[in-house]
Design a protein around this ligand. Structure first.
Ligand code: NOJ
Ligand code: MG
Length: 553
């Protein structure tokens, strides 16, 4: 096991202003040519990530899994899925990333496991009343013969949240709870074995060099043991399974574990909650270090709305001394180039728009402006693979190729998340665009648009006006700009409505123009970087949907 040397406090708190890049392993790069991204592919591209200028990589689950929900159905945390590689490769990847100064975040999924996890298999085989069943939520059904689910809860992915099992003798048996797909049975966190096992899993990865964990569906593991029926349009407080007070015990004990390392490990929560006060509870000093800012992701491209969300974010995080975070895309949401090119630029998990009129050029201009805004705000930023290439949501995937359980469980009413998970284009003129090596045995697991020929990393490298060059430049400047690393932040008063203007550090300011028309630029400042390609640094005006970084003369 690697020994740890002591590190200065500010390095130890690296997550406070880190840029963390999400790698979605199936879609990043395919080293072995089976059409599915893998660890070999990632290892080959680590220099690309280092050159991009990010500080850390978050890996969506790479563990052994039947992939019913793209790896968020974990069968064994101590093995890597054979489609992705081996544990030795994961260890080598982490060491190679560290040598390039990239930190590693792994994903953990406390709410549920795969139905192929040894625990669940054992529980089903053991039959009603067995101790093994207490690790999950098995219950007899209602109705005369137990033919009705134990309560009226619905799965997040559509359909009932309960599936009936067969008894060991083949007769219809108990039901089990799954808030997501039936292949993802929910764990019972009241059972101490569940708690111990997860802490062992954390130690397993921390001991192998992981610098932190991203915690999946972090508001959901604690349940009301009475499992009451409820009306989802008017849920009771506390909710039967979202954001219950006792869920925090889990993260307090994880924090203690993270702090037991000389170089403390970071806990990053997936906390979808509208209430900023309840959200901030997860970031109290003895809980998580950071959480994704979904209010910001959901927010429409509107100056007043963004300003409100930024203020609310900073206030909520300040109340618990946690760093804010800024995020625009991930593997669950419509890519923001597409969102920002629509008439309604807001997002909601349950309101996924699909095939509405989209102006990708407008979306791209706004995505560039949004990046400079994010990177200039105090706190950390999360990037999703492919956004640095300016990729958009792929909306024309044929139904028969769609893999997301959301698409299937809603009968296609919700188109699902495949469109943001299409394999990345690296080089060349035709699919697989270097995603898979020459002579691959299978095409990429989702089809790539031919138009991506102009969006490959290779095609964009060295081109001054490309999205990739813009990301590299912006990330490089953010790193070297000292004013961007403190906590200070202040709105500047003198700008027109529709212009977000704020100062950071000594003489640094950021202006984002969402006013719908050109806005004057201050005369006493130099433009360090502009989001619009080909922007004239001597210009007196800032075009609409453009952000600039300025330094006072
Ligand atoms: C959130 C993850 O980000 C998503 O991809 C997954 O389907 C659900 N949690 C269930 O694990
Ligand atoms: Mg592969």
């Amino acid at each position: 096991m690697p020994t740890e040397t002591s590190v200065p406090a500010e390095t130890a708190q690296w997550w406070r202003d880190a840029v963390i890049y999400q790698v979605y392993p199936r879609s990043f790069a395919d080293g072995d040519g089976d059409g599915i991204g893998d660890l070999t592919g990632v290892r080959e591209r680590l220099p690309y990530l280092a050159e991009l200028g990010v500080d850390a990589l978050w890996f969506s689950p790479w563990y052994a899994s039947p992939q019913a929900d793209a790896g968020y159905d974990v069968a064994d945390y101590r093995r890597i899925d054979p489609a992705f590689g081996t544990l030795e490769q994961a260890e080598a990847l982490m060491a190679e990333a560290h040598a390039l100064d990239l930190k590693i975040i792994v994903d953990v999924v406390p709410n549920h496991v795969s139905d192929r996890h040894a625990w669940f298999q054992e529980a089903v085989a053991a039959g009603p009343g067995a101790e093994a069943r207490d690790l999950f939520w098995f219950r007899p059904g209602r109705g005369t013969d137990g033919e009705l689910p134990p309560n009226d809860w619905q799965s997040v992915f559509g359909g009932p949240a309960w599936t009936r099992t067969a008894n060991p003798d083949g007769t219809p048996g108990e039901w089990y709870l799954h808030l997501f797909a039936p292949e993802q049975p929910d764990l019972n966190w009241n059972n101490s074995k569940v708690r111990e096992e997860h802490e062992n899993v954390l130690s397993f990865w921390f001991d192998r060099g992981a610098d932190g964990v991203r915690i999946d569906s972090a508001t959901m593991p604690a349940k009301d043991p009475a499992l009451p029926d409820f009306d989802p349009d008017a849920p009771p407080v506390p909710h039967p399974y979202i954001d219950r007070d006792d869920v925090h015990d889990i993260y307090r004990s994880w924090r203690a574990l993270a702090e037991s390392y000389e170089r403390p490990r970071a806990l990053i929560g997936e906390v979808w909650l509208a209430d900023p006060v309840r959200f901030a509870h997860y970031l109290r000093p003895d809980e998580m270090h950071s959480a994704f800012n979904f209010d910001y992701l959901n927010c429409s491209w509107d100056a007043a709305e963004l300003r409100r969300v930024i203020d609310a974010t900073l206030a909520a995080h300040a109340s618990v001394g946690a760093p804010a975070s800024w995020v625009l895309s991930n593997h669950d949401v419509t890519r923001h180039v597409t969102r920002y090119g629509r008439a309604d630029t807001s997002f909601g998990l349950s309101l996924r728009q699909h095939q509405v009129l989209t102006d990708l050029e407008l979306g791209t201009r706004r995505a560039r402006a949004a990046l400079l805004l994010d990177l200039a705000l105090p706190g950390g930023c999360y990037l999703y693979q492919g956004e640095e290439l300016g990729l958009w949501e792929v909306e024309d995937i044929p139904d028969e190729l769609r893999q997301d359980p959301i698409f299937h469980r809603t009968g296609g009413t919700d188109i699902g998340r495949d469109g943001c998970r299409v394999p990345l284009p690296w080089s060349g003129e035709r699919p697989p665009f270097g995603f898979s090596p020459e002579g691959a045995s299978a095409p990429p697991w989702l089809p790539q648009p031919q138009r991506w020929a102009a969006y490959t990393a290779q095609a964009q490298s060295g081109r001054p006006e490309s999205m990739l060059t813009f990301y590299r430049t912006a990330l490089g400047l953010r790193r070297s700009e000292r004013g961007l690393h403190g906590a200070d932040f202040g709105w500047l008063p003198e700008h027109a409505p529709g212009v977000l203007a704020f100062g950071r550090g000594d003489g640094f300011s950021c202006l984002a123009n969402l006013s719908g028309t050109a806005a004057p630029l201050p005369a006493d400042a130099d433009v360090i970087l502009a989001s619009a390609p080909g922007f004239d640094p001597g210009a007196a005006e800032l075009p609409d949907d453009t952000t600039v970084w300025l330094r006072r003369r």
